[in-house]
Design a protein around this ligand. Sequence first.
Ligand SMILES: [Zn+2]
Ligand SMILES: [Zn+2]
Length: 273
Amino acid sequence: MSAENGRGIVGAVRWAWRAASEFLYPPRCVCCRGEAPVGADAGRYAMLADPDSVSRGCLCARCLSDLETSKNELCSICGRPYCECECAPEALVSIGIDACGCCFSYDKGRRGCASSRLIYSIKSTENRDSISFAASLLAERIRRGGDSAISNAVLTFAPRRSRSVREHGGDHMMMTAKQLSRLLGCEMICAFKNTARDAQKTKSAAERAESASESVRLRRGISEKISQRRVILIDDIITTGSTLSACASLLYDAGADSVSVYALAKTKRSKKE
Ligand SMILES: [Zn+2]
Ligand SMILES: [Zn+2]
């Protein structure tokens, strides 16, 4: 059996399994996992598998509208909608990364905002459909960047803390990166390990930067894989950018030609920050 046929059979089995699951379990919105999606029909998963368009048929009416709002919200710094904003936080600018793209704004003052519901949903790594959805959104965003050499790039992700990987049964960004590499047709590598004990969200900006540079390490043998190459680095939310900055510095030190940064969402900033 050729590899091509093998993949075809695996794909058909996966599709049949998803189609059967449709009948066994009522579909849930991939973002809030509560309501039924607006486009709940048997063709939903066929649409999800289409690499060129992100199906909105897997969201409930409220999440669909909330995500549109966070996507089109205007960045107070560049004035462009968040889905086009390329403003990079100081931690990235300071190491020479002036632009980073995202799909939505993330409003830390509004706990129930749609981008936070989506990120919460992908953190439970058993929510495979949410992870597929997140990967499709990132693929759409990265392609929109107009980059012609994506298939030659190597894709990697900001690592979760080992403790968090154990708690959640996996690293949701690794799973997102795996799906994304298939959609973009590029290689994916697990470049880092993260030995931090405490979550970044409880810390100040200065503490985040210090902890990120101390706890993120490059895995063995990664230098050979990234030397002279373009690296795409992804994460779920960019707040201060300290973890991504620590990751990108390690990639540059190991000989990467360039590093492009993308995230699902960026925390809203004011001009003063
Ligand atoms: Zn929803
Ligand atoms: Zn901006």
